[in-house]
Structure formats: structure tokens, C-alpha cells
Design a protein around this ligand. Structure first.
Ligand SMILES: [Fe+2]
Length: 233
């Protein structure tokens, strides 16, 4: 049986393993050459899910507690596409983010900013037959980190996708257009190719903006191929 693989990734369009301005990449990056693993059935297949198995609350991060979270409500939606621009249906899209004050609900996050009892910051959706997903959430805050002196992360939402197979797994971060911290962010700058890293910035979207209610942002994700969304390193 001949198995169709994937086209190789274009140089510079994915983050470098070693990017010294992102300090933890120095210890994390491999010191030996990578081993190429042949694609067999277990690499090019994976689980598929039906959207009905997920509670509607899972994709609305403003409805997971008794009250609404503080901050500006937003809608984040988009499509998941494969390397041939075909929609990827029935795939899990997970997100996690800081609250509007820039604080994660996690014991490791000790930033001096308030937690919000009405915001957990985790969401889950399954793409429909057109590869579409949609979340309602609040705009996350910027937060400081210890990478260098006076280091601040731009507003971002973490994304994790499985895609149709184990080799299309994508973990990445979505940014917001016009954020002044983006050009200074060592994680964003890990990807050398400017056009590729700009794929991580969502687009403000009138089409999904709801009058008198919430602004919409569009973030399409492309799994593998020339236009692939850069991974997080
Ligand atoms: Fe983060």
C-alpha cells in the first residue's frame, strides 16, 4: 500500500528551534540533528469527532460560570484548512488564555493581577463540515514575563489543534492586529519569514462582529504546506 505523505515545510516559515532572544529556547532546543520518521498509517491517520459531543458552553468562555467575566467580549472564529486549502472538518480546536487583567488561572502564574471568578480561560470547539470553528470569549490582557528586563507578552490566545492526523498536530498562538508589543515579542519573532509569522495575527472582521454586542476577529489555521500556520516553539 502506498501512503500519501505531506509536502515538506518551506525553510524559515516555521520557528527556529534555537532563537536566543527567546531565552528558554536555548536549553530546550535539540543539540543533535533531527531524525526523519517515515510516514506510516499511524502518522497520517487520527481521531475524528462530531460537533454534537461538545457542550455549547465549551466554546463560549463567557458562559462557564454563574456570572459574566470582566473585560471586552469578543468573537474569535475562522476555518481550519489543509495544505491544499481544503476544509478540515470534525477536528478539535482547543484554546486557553489569560483573563482581561493578564492573569492565567494556573498555580504557576503569580503575576500581581486579579483572578476573575467568572473566567477559567479554556475553550473547546469542533470544526463543522466547512472546517469552521467559533468561540465567544473576552479580550485577554498583556502580561509580564521573565524573558528579559521589562518583558511583556502581547495579547494572545493559545491554540491547539489535532487536525486529521498525528503529523498535523498544531500548537500555536493567535495575536491581535495593531498590538504595539508584537514587534518586540521574542516568541512571535522565532519565525524568520515575515509573511509566515504575520499569519499569527488575526484580522478584525466586520462579518462576524455583532452590532451592540461584540467585535469579531478572524483567525484561519492552515495545517502543513507552504502556507502553514507557524507552530509555537
Ligand atoms: Fe500565554
Amino acid at each position: 500500500m502506498t501512503l500519501a505523505g505531506f509536502r515538506p515545510i518551506y525553510p524559515g516559515t516555521q520557528p527556529d528551534h534555537l532563537h536566543p532572544p527567546y531565552v528558554s529556547s536555548v536549553k530546550r532546543s535539540p543539540t543533535k540533528p533531527q531524525v526523519r520518521i517515515p510516514f506510516t498509517l499511524s502518522e497520517i491517520t487520527g481521531p475524528s469527532f462530531q460537533p454534537e459531543i461538545v457542550s455549547p458552553k465549551a466554546c463560549d468562555l463567557t458562559r462557564q460560570h454563574s456570572g459574566e467575566p470582566l473585560g471586552e467580549r469578543i468573537i474569535v472564529s475562522g476555518r481550519v484548512l489543509d495544505e491544499n486549502a481544503r476544509p478540515v472538518p470534525n477536528t478539535v480546536v482547543e484554546i486557553w488564555q489569560a483573563n482581561s487583567a493578564g492573569r492565567y488561572r494556573h498555580e504557576v502564574d503569580q503575576h500581581d493581577a486579579p483572578l476573575d471568578p467568572n473566567f477559567t480561560g479554556c475553550g473547546l470547539a469542533i470544526t463543522n463540515e466547512r472546517g469552521e470553528y467559533r468561540f465567544v470569549t473576552i479580550r485577554p490582557g498583556e502580561y509580564p514575563w521573565r524573558n528579559h528586563n521589562n518583558a511583556w507578552r502581547p495579547k494572545h490566545i493559545h491554540f491547539s489543534l489535532f487536525g486529521p492526523s498525528f503529523s498535523t498536530r498544531l500548537v500555536t498562538q493567535m495575536y491581535f492586529p495593531g498590538d504595539p508589543l508584537i514587534p518586540f515579542d521574542p516568541i512571535f519573532n522565532c519565525t524568520a519569514d515575515e509573511k509566515a509569522r504575520n499569519r499569527l495575527i488575526s484580522l478584525f472582521d466586520w462579518e462576524t462582529t455583532i452590532p451592540d454586542w461584540a467585535l469579531g476577529y478572524r483567525f484561519d489555521l492552515i495545517l502543513r504546506g507552504r502556507e502553514a500556520t507557524p507552530m509555537e516553539k
